[in-house]
Design a protein around this ligand. Structure first.
Ligand code: SF4
Length: 296
């Protein structure tokens, strides 16, 4: 990979090399004025957009199999799984939904569920009382307001209880083929590390990223970023020394730069572990996730 910006960080491993003896190491001559270090040239908007698009292309090569990591067979299942995925892992949701969907396969069935029974079924995903209320509410709303079918428009989806913009975009992008950016915690963290945006607010992040990429890229870009966040660019300890896009990342060095130590931080198929889906799509190079309660 060629350097893309003036701010290009060192390649993985470079941090381990001993520094060349240079001017910085020399003591200043007595009496000589100490020159302030030249600030790095700020990256232009055009350079950032080029770098961002290049990172997307490289991520596409690293994760050609990127996909939503929730198991689902239809829009209703994806909607329910996405609501359940708040504050927990997709793996835990995937381990929970087979029993849930076997018992309540349609919005009508779920709307008529006994609340306590529903709570017990979804208990492993946490916050089960609030999530059960959302599932009962959204199922009833789909039954009463949308003829029993999950609506395929953002403005309708966000009227459902417990469904925000992020959930709506996940459903639109993956069950209806409508382009959407899924700004979850991984997405926000990575695009800020990459200096694609400085915003914290998910709607502002979404607007910034939407301005960098064509609509046709939005859904797959979201999967690639979330894949990278889950596998390599973790919240607390990013595996910089094993990161395939390190030389395009302005935050290289925020995490572990030693290649061997960084390799040990990789997760899921990148680290040789099972993935999050019990039923991964064809082409996924990792192993399927184990069912609830089974050892890895
Ligand atoms: S792992 Fe490190 S180098 Fe890779 S994207 Fe994250 S911060 Fe950048």
């Amino acid at each position: 990979m060629k350097p893309a910006t003036a701010d290009k960080p060192a390649k993985p491993g470079a941090a381990d090399k001993p520094a060349k003896p240079g001017a910085a190491d020399k003591p200043a001559k007595p009496g000589a004025a100490v020159k302030p270090a030249k600030p790095a040239k700020p990256e232009s908007r055009l350079a950032m957009v080029r770098r961002a698009r290049r990172m997307n292309r490289e991520l596409a090569e690293v994760y050609p199999y990127a996909h939503p990591e929730l198991d689902f067979e239809n829009p209703f299942e994806l909607l329910v799984a996405t609501v359940l995925s708040a504050q927990t892992t997709d793996l835990r949701v995937n381990q929970t939904t087979p029993a849930l969907f076997a018992k309540y396969p349609t919005p009508e069935d779920m709307a008529a569920a006994d609340p306590e029974d529903l709570e017990q079924l979804i208990r492993p995903t946490g916050f089960f009382r609030a999530k059960a209320r959302s599932l009962l509410g959204l199922s009833a709303a789909i039954r009463d307001n949308f003829g029993g079918e999950v609506p395929g428009r953002l403005e309708d989806l966000v009227t459902l209880p417990g469904v925000g913009r992020k959930t709506a975009n996940v459903v639109l992008g993956n069950a209806f083929g409508v382009a959407g950016l899924s700004v979850d915690t991984h997405f926000g963290r990575l695009v800020r590390r990459w200096k694609w945006t400085a915003h914290e607010d998910p709607e502002k992040v979404e607007a910034d990223i939407a301005a960098i990429f064509p609509k046709s890229e939005w859904t797959m870009l979201s999967h690639r970023i979330i894949f990278h966040g889950r596998r390599v660019c973790h919240s607390r300890k990013p595996a910089c020394g094993a990161c395939p896009i390190a030389d395009l990342c302005p935050s290289y060095g925020e995490g572990e730069t030693d290649p061997d130590k960084a390799k040990k931080l990789l997760k899921y198929e990148m680290g040789g572990h099972p993935g999050q889906r019990l039923k991964p799509p064809p082409g996924y190079p990792g192993r399927p996730a184990p069912p609830l309660g089974a050892a890895e």
